[in-house]
Write a protein that binds this ligand. Sequence first.
Ligand code: AMP
Length: 259
Amino acid sequence: MGFVPTMGALHKGHIALINASRKHCKLTVCSIFVNPTQFNDKSDFDNYPVTIDNDIKMLSLAGCDVLFLPSVKEVYPNGFEQKRPFNFGFIANILEGAFRPGHFNGMAQVVERLLKIVKPDILFMGQKDYQQQLIVGQLIKKMKIKTRLVMVPTIREKSGLAMSSRNTRLDAASLNLAVQISKTLKSAKTQINNPKADIRDVQEKGFKKLSGLRGIEPEYFEIRNAKTLDVPKRKTEKLIGLTAVKIGGVRLIDNMELN
Ligand code: AMP
């Protein structure tokens, strides 16, 4: 059984996960659940897009076998209180963890609950949320859950913009601006592959480029070790660029392998 947990407002990125599951598994289960415990910003939760009728159509067309559409009570029968919050340490405290306090704990809480309910053989998650899938890998290890994690590459618009449910909240001008996110990551990739380039310089240039654009507020633009998310020392390490920006009040993230 393959499992694709989502928060709905499905797009081709989600469908790529369904397709990957259908390729590897006899039965594909998708869940749609906008998890209250992973939103540190109430207005982000309140404005999260809900398009359930269209989601059901897309899942049927993609050949998904089961849709699990639980209520909050079903996932959290005893409320949101956790006896012992998770402690993933460094990897959950940096980048997204630093800008969205509590987010990864809430995310891990719901993923653990969904895995216990669904009991899949394989869990499919997107590279789009790179730090998230690293932490889920740790969760699976820590809790000794018998599920394998498979990461599916990010699906992008023709413009390069990573598909995201939050893109539906961007107007035309913001969409235009959002293209600069993947462009900046691509440019970092080109620069890093120049033997003379210095990791720090490339990172600083990326952040400066984004902060110089009117309408984009970058939160971070970082080059990290792709396995550990540590600050890299050498270019022989596997490097990944990760960024989060706000455009018109909408928070967008993206990442790209650089070498
Ligand atoms: P979400 O509904 O945003 O919580 O995402 C559900 C799953 O879909 C997560 O594993 C995401 O990483 C994945 N996902 C979201 N957007 C994309 C994308 N553009 N390409 C690939 N996977 C994605």
